[in-house]
Design a binder for this molecule. Structure first.
Ligand code: SAH
Length: 281
């Protein structure tokens, strides 16, 4: 049965052997790994993952594709297919009936680009509420522009709120570029494979939701100086003194600060806010 790619589900089949091999290598799979694949599609990546892992659970939203996948892999005992929207299903409850597939350690996926942000949030959690059962690693094929933001270093164009939010939760590495023509049909944008390894940031933010607010406000107007973007939160003079104390130029902009500096800034500002009696947003 031929399946016509559906736009609304972001269906673009990866057909590059090189890219598939790079994804698999980046996952560094071992025979005891339990893996989660989001959006297996026609199963091109699934087929390569199955021989290398102990258990593979795949979540696919498209019913027709699920039928195809069942025909292809239905007899493979260490494969479990869940039909549904990854964003709305509760994986741990669903897997409660399948002990062999519980708590996958790794995620390997060519995800639908239109829901990249929500997928990342579901996998990693947020600064204020990190995933309490973090995955060991995520290997994801994403839009190149997103990959650039995830892996960006301070003082670069791609470094933004997303970079700080995700890098606070995980170590992000660029694996490889994947050109649009590696897919059928080719998407409008180029892609890249990234590897994210969740870990606790050290030292952590004492008040994570404050860090979250700070980053949001700080990047609201990129070109503005931080002390202007944060003026609703903290007095400019006080912030200037804190920045100097942290060995930062009082004229810094949000994109100049590394994740560690964001954390340091948040840890310095939070107690000041409670001292002056300001409300936590
Ligand atoms: N992994 C395949 C297909 C990638 S395309 C390959 O590399 O060829 C993205 C896949 O995600 C499609 O199969 C699409 O149907 C599926 N998908 C889209 N939205 C989804 C969602 N919310 N939950 C689960 N799967 C989804």
């Amino acid at each position: 049965m031929a399946h016509r790619p559906r736009k609304q589900f972001g269906q673009h089949w990866l057909r590059s052997e090189t890219a598939l091999a790079q994804i698999v290598a980046a996952a560094a799979l071992t025979p005891t790994d339990r893996v989660l694949e989001i959006g297996p599609g026609t199963g091109i990546l699934t087929k390569r993952l199955l021989p290398l892992v102990q258990a593979l659970v795949a979540v696919e939203i498209d019913r027709d594709l699920c039928e195809l996948l069942r025909r292809q892999f239905g007899r493979v005992e260490h494969f479990l297919l869940l039909q549904g929207d990854f964003l709305s299903l509760d994986l741990s409850t669903l897997l409660a009936d399948f002990p062999a597939f519980q708590s996958p350690q790794k995620v390997v996926a060519n995800i639908p680009y239109n829901i990249t942000g929500p997928i990342l949030e579901k996998l990693l959690g947020t600064i204020a509420r990190p995933n309490p059962q973090p995955y060991e690693r995520l290997v994801l094929l994403v839009q190149k522009e997103v990959a650039e933001r995830l892996c960006a270093q301070p003082d670069s164009k791609a470094f933004g709120a997303l970079s700080v939010r995700v890098q606070y939760l995980a170590h992000c590495q660029w694996i490889c570029d994947v050109p649009a023509h590696a897919f059928q049909p080719p998407p409008k944008v180029d892609s890249a494979v990234v590897r994210l390894q969740p870990r606790l940031f050290d030292p952590p933010a004492v008040n994570p939701s404050h860090l979250n607010t700070l980053v949001q406000l700080g990047f609201a107007t990129r070109r503005k100086m931080l002390r202007n973007n944060l003026k609703s939160l903290i007095d400019r003079e006080l912030l200037t003194a804190i920045l100097q104390d942290l060995n930062l130029n009082p004229q810094v902009r949000a994109e100049d600060l590394s994740v560690a500096q964001w954390v340091a800034l948040s840890n310095r500002i939070s107690p000041q806010l409670s001292l002056t009696g300001e409300q936590e947003p």
